[in-house]
Design a protein around this ligand. Structure first.
Ligand SMILES: C[S@@+](CC[C@H](N)C(=O)[O-])C[C@H]1O[C@@H](n2cnc3c(N)ncnc32)[C@H](O)[C@@H]1O
Length: 388
């Protein structure tokens, strides 16, 4: 695929990060796991895709997420947020807040519903995004900015709602190759540096990656040569909330599948995907630091990790079902259809959020929590928990 060329500045920025990764490969015996490559490419301080200066979100960036497509997304999420806040405490932590658009629109809608949280805190690995988030909230909801704060780490205790859109897909994944050979049945695919280029190199898998890979091989008919991802980071992140005392819920929205679909025989080369200036491709070594690298989410792994750590499983369904349960159509109906200039773009954008051919089916919503006994509105009908 022919991808757009970066400016000379952007290229030299990417060269610095490349050198950083090459140095790490050299100092760790000539090989790093793909999870580490992805972590450095996205989050190396000051240089990674998220931690450096790349534009990332929106029309001028590399990809567009639901909060950027339509304010109706955040307004509808607010319905679910209000219920969770009423059942726990008036406090929201948003993790991986991107441009700050979800925060701003959600706060405005909660205000409209007389359900404003006392505090809205943002936790993002990328400190660079804070300024952008603050600017977005200052522009869209200036009177609410005083409620917003930024965290450097998970809190020690917490009551309220933890919200994240497209966070889990941005966490580093291990790449695993099920060779089924006699000597070395399961390999981990990592990265080395040869002839001035990153190249793949496979090594016998070990530790937790091997354990998970063996369990998957026992449950699914993975043909020789089957390549896929295992994301320990997203499972560990989910589990870490169970150790935090308090009442509340995690509401996570992302693209992915239940495990039996994730490791489907036809998905034999995994789900790794890169985004560069609205081109999607499968070449993670292309211009480190200038492109996003993601993998789909194995939602079964998220539930297992959370429940094993002590969280209650509260619901799982598609984005379309969740938004419709939360009253997306009522929110859209606030704009009169006669006001064609506003109504048409809004309904087209909403269509993107719920259409099965776009985000409606691929994106899922999952909730885990503690001390929440009511059925959550978003999962009241069409819950898909039994598919996990
Ligand atoms: C794909 S972006 C999504 C941004 C935004 N939620 C949206 O929907 O537009 C992923 C975000 O998650 C952040 N992130 C990734 N891992 C994280 C972690 N472990 N803790 C906090 N933020 C993280 C990244 O810095 C980035 O801002």
């Amino acid at each position: 695929m022919k991808l757009p060329q970066p400016s000379p500045d952007a290229r030299s920025y990417s060269d610095v990060l490349t050198q950083r990764i090459v140095t790490e490969i050299a100092t760790t015996g000539g090989w790093i796991g793909f999870d580490r490559f992805m972590e450095l490419a996205l989050y190396a301080p000051g240089m990674g895709y998220y931690s450096g200066g790349a534009r990332k979100f929106g029309a001028a960036g590399d990809f567009v997420t639901a909060p950027e497509i339509s304010s109706a997304f955040s307004q509808t999420i607010a319905v679910q947020a209000a219920q969770i806040l009423a059942l726990s405490a008036p406090h929201i932590i948003e993790v991986g807040a991107g441009s700050g658009r979800l925060a701003a629109d959600l706060l405005l809608e909660l205000e409209r519903r007389d359900a404003l949280p006392e505090r809205y805190e943002i936790l993002d690995l990328s400190g660079e995004l804070r300024e952008r988030q603050r600017d977005t909230i200052a522009a869209r909801a200036p009177h609410l900015l005083a409620r917003v704060g930024w965290l450097d780490r998970l809190p020690e205790s917490f009551d309220g709602l933890v919200l994240a859109n497209e966070l889990l897909d941005a966490m580093p994944v291990h790449l695993v190759l099920w060779e089924n050979g006699r000597d070395c049945p399961i390999l981990e695919r990592g990265v080395t540096w040869e002839n001035e280029a990153f190249v793949w190199q496979d090594r016998p898998a070990g530790g937790r990656v091997l354990e998970r890979a063996q369990a998957l091989a026992a449950d699914y008919p993975l043909e020789p040569g089957y390549l896929s991802e295992i994301c320990l980071a997203s499972a560990d992140w989910t589990a870490s909330w169970a150790n935090i005392p308090g009442t509340g819920a995690l509401l996570l929205i992302d693209y992915g599948f239940p495990r039996h679909e994730f490791y489907h025989p036809q998905r034999s080369s995994g789900t790794l995907m890169c985004h560069y200036r609205h081109h999607s491709h499968g070449e993670p070594f292309f211009l480190p630091g200038l492109q996003d690298i993601t993998a789909h989410v194995d939602f079964t792994a998220i539930v297992e990790a959370g429940v094993e750590a002590g969280l209650d499983f509260l619901g799982y369904t598609t984005q379309a079902t969740f938004l419709l349960n939360c009253g997306l159509t009522d929110i859209l109906a606030r704009t009169p259809a006669e006001d064609a200039l506003r109504y048409l773009p809004q309904s087209q954008a909403a269509q993107k959020l719920i259409s099965p051919a776009e985000m409606g089916d691929l994106f899922k919503v999952i909730a885990l929590g503690k001390g929440i006994d009511e059925t959550l509105i978003g999962f009241a009908q069409g819950d898909r928990s039994e598919t996990l």
